[in-house]
Design a protein around this ligand. Sequence first.
Ligand SMILES: Nc1ncnc2c1ncn2[C@@H]1O[C@H](COP(=O)(O)OP(=O)(O)O)[C@@H](O)[C@H]1O
Ligand SMILES: O=P(O)(O)OC[C@H](O)CO
Length: 497
Amino acid sequence: MRIKDCILAIDQGTTSTRAIIFAPDSSIIAVAQQEFTQHYPNDGWVEHNPEDIWTSTIVVCRQAISEAIAKGARIAAIGVTNQRETTVVWDRNTGQAIYNAIVWQDRRTAKTCREMQDKGLFDVVNSRTGLLLDPYFSASKVAWILDNVEGAREKAEAGDLAFGTIDSFLIWRLTDGQMHATDVTNASRTNLFNIHDMAWDPKLLEVFNVPKSVLPQVKECADDFGHTTEDLFGFSLPILGVAGDQQAASIGQCCFNEGAIKSTYGTGCFVMLNTGTKAFHSKNKLLTTVAYTIKGETHYALEGSIFIAGAAIQWLRDGLGVIKSASETEALAKSLDDDHGVYMVPAFAGLGAPHWAPDARGAVFGLTRGTTNAHFVRAALESVCYQTSDLLHAMAEDGVSLDKIRVDGGMVGNNWLCQFLAGILDVTVERPKIMETTALGAAYLAGLKAGIYESCEQLASMNEVENSFDAKMPSSQRRKLIAGWENAVQSTLGYTK
Ligand SMILES: Nc1ncnc2c1ncn2[C@@H]1O[C@H](COP(=O)(O)OP(=O)(O)O)[C@@H](O)[C@H]1O
Ligand SMILES: O=P(O)(O)OC[C@H](O)CO
């Protein structure tokens, strides 16, 4: 059977790279995935080797393409989605990075951001970007590379260096340097992009000390990002869709209407609410960001960013060795009573929204001689739900009310987690039929540009829910559990001070 108009989605995440080939009805034809090494060279530093990112991308794409072709698929285009903010600077002449990729979780520029804050630059940055002065975003990472790699500033001034988030780096490599571009969603996470003018902002370039010469061109999400060179896959493919992974998940969940909200549980957790065509500024330290620009129309989003979600489970597996695989966590969580009394605040990379405490570090409370591996696992899963609850409370204080939330990401295969989340949030949690929403969003964007899909409305009509989890927790229990969590967070912040 021939399946025409398939899309190859590249999902370059924090811990692994995936290639997924979707048929036009959004069914999955082929999947390939490869994890790569995380580097922690210093306290609070997190790096990736850009060559690992590139190699894993090519390996998974080739695997998925050959499997799809064997099944009779014809691939029409590529969509790219990526871990956001992670920063690469490379030499335009050789295509080689001049330093490792500095990952979004990396805190090395916390002091720089604090100093900028002390100089009164918060409003300059926040009013233009919708973001905060935090090491999370790309700008301070670019400046760090230019200031710490010998000769980098001079090279940048001479126009020999290029900066990009992971999408740009991959596009550069896939097109053999023909295209140095990013999309509006990735640009909106750099702290250099004015989300009202939808352009790089000269004032921000000045305050972060980043030269204009290193910047990529900014395009819409469904746009022409060049063609791959023939040698990579045996034929050339157009790259027609790009979005940062959280925005792509929101698109994959068809959050096209104002008020639609999704929460993605991967390495971190990111809640994103579509606020329509106007930027909405939070009074509670949530981020204003670009949801997408499609066919000339920009939608904005309110975002809550939690740095550690599935990463806490990975730490239990790789750091402490208390589990062998993430899939064991569901049974372990179920094995305990609700009032087990252990809380984990997984501030391994500081705390994100709504606390924004880059220097905070993780803590576990309530240990006794009876504490077991199961308690650690359960507390880690619960922490993800409590952190989401903090975000929804911040949104509620900004006037947002909701009765359901769409979830996705590697963690939501865990039914216990989804049920506990519904109870703690007191809303219905909807899990989609296709859980690979991030890749699906990238495929939708490429499909829109390729003319395979006509409109966002058509995509929304294809959306299917696989399971709904209703809130069943008594409110007295919810209040008690959340009070314990708040106590644990305050103690963690107190320890940081
Ligand atoms: N059944 C599960 N229960 C809890 N956590 C899980 C489960 N399966 C996967 N995870 C966690 O989900 C994360 C992987 O999700 P994924 O969406 O692939 O992440 P990313 O895109 O950030 O690399 C890992 O951190 C893993 O520990
Ligand atoms: O790799 P993920 O899926 O945890 O996403 C990372 C985010 O894009 C960081 O902002």
